[in-house]
Design a protein around this ligand. Sequence first.
Ligand code: 13P
Ligand code: SF4
Length: 344
Amino acid sequence: MFSDEQIQQETERLYQKLQHVGFGKALCQMFAPLTLEINKIKKEKNAVILAHSYQTPDILYGIADFQGDSYQLSKNAQETDADVIVFCGVRFMAETAKILNPTKTVLLPSPAAGCSLAESITAEDVRKLKAQYPGVPVVTYVNTSAEVKAECDACCTSANALKIIEAFPNESIIFIPDKFMAQNMQKLTTKKLIAWDGSCIVHEEFKVSKIQQFKQKYPGLKVLAHTECAPEVVEASDFAGGTNDMMRYVEKTEAPSYMLVTECGLNDRMRAEFPEKDFLGMCGLCPYMKQNTLGLILEALKNPKPGQVIEMSEEMRKGAERSLLKMFELSQAVPAVEKNPVHI
Ligand code: 13P
Ligand code: SF4
C-alpha cells in the first residue's frame, strides 16, 4: 500500500524522536506502515488524536496531534473542530472529551482502558456522602466516571486541585476519590477536606526508601512525584504536581539527573522531549493506560466497535458538563495559588 520510499521516510521521521527512548531503526520500520495508515485515515475522516503523556512513544510521537495531561487534553477536546476525537488515554478522559464536545464522535481505542481511581466510587456513593454532609460542596478529581461528575459541584485535575478547593467559600469540602491527593492538598489548605478511600494502583506503590537510596547514590538528583503519591513520598521529593507541571519543572531547571515518581510513560516522553537530560530510577506501569495500541487505534478509526465509541445519556452529560465547566470557570477566576503544584 505504501511505497518503499514512503516507508523509509516514515521510519526516519519516527526514529528522530524514538531513538531517544531506545527504539532502533528496525522497530521504527515495523511501526511505519501502521503510523502512515493511521495518519492517512485521520486526514480522510477529519479526526484528531489526543494522547496522554502515559501512552507509549509510538502513539505519542507517531500519530498524536496533541500530547499532554488530563487538563490540557480536555481543553484540546473542547476546542477542536475535527469531526472525530480519538482519545488515547483512559475512559474518564475520553468521556470528558464527549461531555465537552458532544456533537463529535469520541473513540477510545481500548474499551478496557479504565482507572482504579474512577472505579473506586459510584454516583450512589456520592449521593450518600452528600446526605451525610449536607451543604458541603463536592470537588471531584477528574479521574471519575461521567455519572459521578454529574453528582458533584466541580471537577479538578492534578494541575489545579488546590486552586479549585480554595475557590469555594466553604470551610469544609468533600474531595473525592483520591485519598492521597486529598492528604497532599490538606497540607496546603486550612479547609477541612473530607476524603474518599480511593487510590491509584500505580502511585500508591512508590516507597520513600527507594527515593532515599537514589538520592544517596546520585548527588544532585531531583525527584519529582505526582500528587497521587502518598504524602510521605511527596515530602521526600523535591517537587510534586501533575504530569504537565513535572514537564515544566524539568524544562526550567538544570540538574545532573531527574527521577520521575509516576507512570513510566512520562519518562519516555521526557527522554524524547529533553534528550540532553538524564532520567533515572523508578517508575510504574499503568495497565489501563497501556491498553491502547496502534492496531486498536487503526481499528477504531476505520470501523469502530460499539465498545470503542463513547456514549452517554444527555441528562448525565449535562450534569457532568456543569462540574467540568465550573472547574474551567474557577481556574480562570481565581489567581494562581502559590503552592499548587507543590514546591517542597
Ligand atoms: P495528569 O492529569 O497529571 O496527567 O494525571 C492523570 C493521571 O491519570 C495520573 O495518574
Ligand atoms: Fe488511573 Fe493511576 Fe492509571 Fe492514572 S495511572 S489512569 S490514576 S490507574
